[in-house]
Design a protein around this ligand. Structure first.
Ligand code: 6PG
Length: 269
């Protein structure tokens, strides 16, 4: 990886410790001192993109990540000083566990509590995955239809979300696309419900074409426990051939990795 010149300009860049060009067009790695600096910078990136999308197209469509890492990011996003035009923001999810929306493991509940309940976003703009459906497969089909209707898409077309925010599991999964999963080769459906072998359950997840048709994709990775997965995701090595992350390459927009120093600890400089 080649280090780019010093960061100038916005507060988020002043927090920046290091910027690397990952050696591919439009793929950039930004390393921050800690989780707080990372969350603040990611929130500013979100806010900038939201304001830009609303001014250009009258709305901002964003896919939110699941898991626990985004909680601090969500809490910072709720700060009204960011000037996010929430009435024009539409939120979707990259994946969901097949649990009720009030369940402690629900990705919807995590975002609802840390962010959505604290901002003035219209209920109709919160597009959660309907896990009260009869089965994970039914929930996936319903979600796909909701997305297709919202974006007014004909068959075979994928939506252009303004921003997709993703996390990274310690095993290298993202959303609910796990290493070696058959779901990694899905290029027709928007939403699937793969059996997660290591967990013995099905989850609902957007597919790779949904991420790769977005205007921008942002990975948020924090903590030492993600260092090995991040190094494999960015630098390859043994086992990286089955990872989903090398397959996340938005066709017409940037791919940003925003990480903290602890997660970057195993990267070759
Ligand atoms: C999920 C997520 C998943 C998550 C990673 C990281 O539903 O679990 O969508 O892809 O981003 O597992 O999770 P943590 O942030 O909890 O480490």
């Amino acid at each position: 990886m080649k280090r780019r010149g010093g960061a100038q300009g916005r507060a988020s860049e002043r927090r920046l410790q290091q910027v690397f060009l990952v050696g591919e067009p439009r793929v950039e790695l930004r390393v921050f001192a800690g989780a707080e600096e990372l969350a603040a910078a990611a929130a500013e990136e979100f806010a900038d993109r939201a304001r830009d999308a609303v001014s250009r197209r009258g709305r901002f469509t964003v896919v939110l990540p699941g898991g626990s890492s985004p909680t601090l990011f969500f809490e910072v996003l709720a700060d009204q000083r960011l000037g996010i035009p929430w009435s024009k923001v539409h939120v979707f999810w990259g994946d969901e566990r097949f649990v009720p929306p009030a369940h402690p493991e629900s990705n919807f509940r995590a975002a609802q509590e840390a962010l959505l309940a604290r901002v003035r976003i219209p209920q109709a703009n919160v597009h959660r995955i309907r896990t009260e459906a009869l089965s994970p497969n039914a929930a996936a089909a319903i979600y796909e239809q909701e997305i297709r209707t919202f974006f007014r898409l004909s068959a075979g077309r994928f939506p252009r979300f303004d921003l997709v925010v993703l996390g990274l599991g310690a095993d290298g999964h993202t959303a609910s696309l796990f290493p070696g999963s058959e779901a990694l080769s899905e290029d027709v459906r928007m939403v699937v419900a793969p059996l997660i072998a290591k967990l013995g359950i099905q989850r609902i997840t957007l597919t790779l074409p949904m991420f790769n048709s977005a205007r921008a994709v942002l990975f948020l990775v924090t903590g030492k426990q993600k260092a090995e997965a991040l190094a494999r995701a960015l630098e390859g090595g043994e086992g990286s051939e089955v990872l989903p992350t090398p397959l996340v390459r938005p066709k017409r927009g940037p791919l940003l990795w925003m990480v903290d120093r602890a997660a970057a600890g195993m990267l070759r400089r």
